[in-house]
Design a protein around this ligand. Sequence first.
Ligand code: GRF
Length: 203
Amino acid sequence: MTRKRVGILISGRGSNMAALIEATHAKDYPAEIILVISNRPDASGIKFAESKGIATAIVDHKKFASREAFDAALQHELAAAKIEIVCLAGFMRVLTDDFVKSWQGRMLNIHPSLLPAFKGTQTHKRVLEAGAKIHGATVHFVVPKLDSGPVVMQAEVPVLPGDDEEKLATRVIQAEHRIYPVALRLLAEGRLKIAGEKVIVAA
Ligand code: GRF
């Protein structure tokens, strides 16, 4: 089995990154994490990746004059590591359309809501304010429009009486950690076909 070479982009603690790394330890997992890149030098996820012996890189967006120059530096790192699939995992920079298009069908993101509901940030707070009873997480292909690509996999969690943002966030992140490795497995196995706005999963 040739494992797909995966690069993960993070900005923070990287708990989804850790879940993906953990999953790749299974013998039959069809992908391996080759490189973790952070745009923030202080991202704690970087230390975790290093502790697992994974190559890391810091591409600090503050050191680049434009989004194009920043994205070019990312591309350079990904190409040098021969990355085939990119996973965004709490990566808090908007990527240029050209970058996104170059990874079309090969770049996943995880978002803490049941898309297309609650795009953007502060999803747990907004879900509570809206009085929604169901919340969750979504893995989707990345397209130029934010939080809008074809949905690969979702998990729902209940919103319970007495929930605050923290309680809800804890429930959702556990769901994230369950579905992201499964979605990456399906992509790495070549079982995901994008048909317009939808993803068809081959048996
Ligand atoms: C997750 O909630 C993810 O859905 C969102 O950012 C958060 C990142 O958390 N995109 P972590 O860095 O993976 O712990």
